[in-house]
Design a protein around this ligand. Structure first.
Ligand SMILES: [Zn+2]
Length: 595
């Protein structure tokens, strides 16, 4: 491993001095399986120790990417003329003064944070949010499962209230669907706030250091969207580091601005719901009994019930840790359009190495049943003594994919708009790098036309041969129908089009893939995104996610698709229109969306 590393560095230095690689023709044809394999063989080597955030291995990966950007004459777009944007990860203590005031037929009652209602630790900046209350039963919209509590309702501008854990007919993956209720009410149905029950201790992140009493730690289900802990199995250092040498201080960890106004997602107890329903002439006890037995909940009209939410929290930063995004730009050719951008992204971090012997410590690292719904498959048996989570697919594949796209632009034809490449740090620890970039962008966000994110594009889902030409697209139609159609056109234009699968774009997707990688940080700011992935497999977040299992031809093919879509967007004379129609393409769907 060591000699390979030295060879790579020497090669880079030689190439730099001779400028040889800058002479290529660039474009999609310059994206080759051989080069992707060459780069990934270093990025996913044991040398880099699993590229966990805050580690030496991640630093080596950052330098390796930056050396290549320099070689291709990609312009540095980080801090102070470098390729690096420092990401500040803050541990924050909170002083809670928030409250919820309910007015029913002129009768008013105020519930303070911690007394009947619980705000997330990071409730965002101070604001007042008001709206009519709307009760939506279990608060679920899963038409495929025959469940739709939103049918015939318009909750836009209202405060949504829901109860319970769903009906008996809840599909698999129910807990994640329940956890997404508040977010979906706000994002998909345009409610101004959501109030639901705390659905059990199993969802909490535990009483963290300095957390006063259980009420102070909201269930993950109630965490506001932009700061929600990443629900992936392998949550890394930022959430899981408590108690170790890197112990996280503060009530919560965030990379985001603390004055961001976040639509309130609040949990409430029986006392709160009792007041709401009884004052409206309803018996909450009856509704609760039905919810507890998972029976159908009758529609209840909360006439003349209005809710005012006062978000008032003060924050004190008690710890700051540093990591880095890697950032470069290739400038566009059009004098008017070159100050606008198409963003390409992947995360270059992974989950590190196994610090305790097999069978101890973090549960996600054990063998046994494979994750990701690969039914009947088992984890591969690791080589003796293998403790490194190489992350060849997750997201070494995206890391080298974006490198290839950057090289294709830098050494090939330039589009009208500029293109920016971001290798995000700390995705595995909660989308740290992308959330930071979205709050402290290196180019103005209103100049960003779209963001194309790649996470895990080097495998076949569950290793099925029938998946060999399939790539999954998530989010392409949610913010901009036009962007979705541009990607479909780009695929059709390829010499060999791929099979584009929208299964994970379904709002009822139990894995909630849409919220689980870096594109979500940009989508949360209203920027149209497409997320490209080849899906999960039995080596996901395991020491066996290694270079030898990567399908490099497929990886190159997908990188060419992303490049081609990027070229189309970057040459468009307008931004892809943001019609915000939400997810329409789901399981079994294909093709463009008509106007
Ligand atoms: Zn990933």
């Amino acid at each position: 491993m060591k000699s390979r590393f030295m060879a790579a560095v020497c090669a880079a230095v030689v190439a730099l001095s001779l400028g040889v690689h800058a002479q290529g023709k660039g474009g999609a044809a310059s994206i080759t399986p051989a080069e992707l394999k060459d780069w990934l063989s270093y990025i996913a080597s044991d040398q880099l120790q699993g590229r966990q955030v805050y580690t030496e291995g991640l630093g080596l990966a950052a330098s390796y990417i930056a050396e290549h950007l320099k070689e291709w004459n990609v312009k540095p777009a980080g801090d102070d003329g470098t390729y690096f944007q420092v990401v500040k990860v803050n541990g924050v203590n909170v002083t809670r003064n928030s409250s919820v005031t309910v007015t029913v037929n002129g009768q008013t009652k105020t519930f303070k944070d911690g007394e009947g209602v619980t705000f997330p630790a990071n409730a965002g900046g101070k604001q007042t949010v008001s709206g009519q209350a709307e009760f939506v039963g279990y608060g679920l919209s899963l038409p495929e499962a025959g469940i739709d509590d939103y049918k015939g309702r318009d909750v836009s501008g209202k405060v949504v209230l829901y109860v319970g854990r769903g009906p008996k007919s809840m599909p698999a993956g129910g807990n994640r669907l329940l956890g997404a209720r508040a977010r979906n009410a706000i994002e998909l149905s345009h409610a101004v706030a959501a109030i639901g029950p705390s659905i059990g201790g199993g969802f909490g992140r535990g009483a963290g250091a300095g957390t006063p009493a259980a009420t102070a730690t909201p269930p993950a289900t109630a965490t506001p969207t932009p700061t929600a802990a990443q629900p992936a199995a392998g949550r890394g250092a930022a959430g899981g580091g408590r108690g170790g040498a890197n112990a996280t201080l503060g009530d919560f960890t965030t990379v985001q601005r603390l004055d961001n106004k976040i639509p309130p997602q609040i949990t409430a107890g029986d006392e709160f719901f009792d007041f709401i329903f009884s004052a409206a002439g309803q018996k909450y006890a009856d509704i609760k009994a039905k919810a507890d037995s998972q029976d159908a909940i009758p529609a209840v009209a909360l006439n003349n019930v209005s809710i005012t939410i006062t978000v008032d929290a003060d924050y004190t930063i008690v710890q700051t840790r540093l990591t880095r995004n890697v950032v470069g730009i290739v400038e566009g050719t059009d004098p008017k359009l070159k100050d606008t951008y198409v963003l390409f992204g992947a995360h270059y971090d992974h989950i590190g190495y196994q610090q305790t012997p097999p069978g101890q410590g973090r549960g996600g690292f054990g063998g046994g049943n494979a994750p990701g719904g690969c039914t009947g498959q088992q984890r591969d048996t690791p080589k003796a003594g293998d403790v490194i989570n190489n992350g060849a697919d997750d997201d070494g594949s995206g890391t080298v994919g974006v490198m290839a796209i950057a090289k294709a632009f830098a050494t090939g034809p330039k589009p009208k708009r500029s293109v920016m490449f971001v290798w995000h740090a700390g995705e595995e620890a909660g989308l740290l790098g992308s959330r930071y970039m979205a709050d402290y962008p290196e180019v103005p966000l209103d100049k960003v036309s779209a963001q194309l994110n790649i996470d895990m594009i080097g495998r076949n889902r569950c290793d099925e041969a029938s998946e060999a030409n399939t790539v999954y697209l998530v989010g392409s139609d949610r913010i901009s129908t036009e962007l979705h159609n541009l990607n479909e056109d780009a695929n059709t234009s390829l010499a060999a089009p791929m099979k584009l699968d929208y299964e994970f774009n379904d709002p009822a997707d139990p894995e909630s893939i849409y919220t689980r990688s870096d594109h979500y940080s940009y989508a949360s700011k209203g920027i149209p995104i497409i997320f490209y992935t080849t899906g999960l497999h039995r080596d996901y977040h395991y020491v066996t996610d290694e270079v030898g299992k990567i399908e490099f031809s497929k990886l190159a093919h997908i990188a060419q698709l992303v490049y081609t879509t990027g070229v189309k967007v970057a040459n468009l004379d307008h931004f892809p229109a943001r019609d915000n129609k939400g997810p329409r393409k789901g399981k079994g769907a294909s093709g463009k969306i008509g106007s």
